[in-house]
Design a protein around this ligand. Structure first.
Ligand SMILES: [Zn+2]
Length: 98
């Protein structure tokens, strides 16, 4: 078995590849939230967050599913990119870690 990075529904995750039959094996813990998210998208639902207020700031929670897929931790710096009608949030390094 060889440790590799593989794409699973577009998400890059750690996987194991058998050197014999080339079968790729994923960690259940990595793929479950991605499958869950995929199911959500297939049902035409979208993730929504509600804006709250904390002191003078507006805040919103990171959806649990995003936390599970990306493994977001307290103190982590997320990079915001503002686009017309859209905010993209990028993770510095360690993408899709578990
Ligand atoms: Zn094999």
């Amino acid at each position: 078995m060889e440790k590799i990075k593989d794409k699973f529904y577009g998400f890059e995750i750690d996987a194991w590849k058998c050197n014999g039959c080339k079968e790729v094996i994923y960690d259940e813990e990595d793929i479950q939230p991605i499958l869950q998210y995929n199911k959500l998208k297939e049902s035409k639902k979208s993730l929504t967050v509600t804006v709250g207020v904390l002191g003078k700031s507006k805040v919103f929670r990171i959806p649990k599913i995003a936390e599970e897929i990306y493994g977001i931790n307290k103190g982590e710096k997320l990079k915001f990119d503002l686009k017309p009608n859209e905010i993209s949030i990028k993770f510095n390094n360690k993408l899709y870690k578990h």
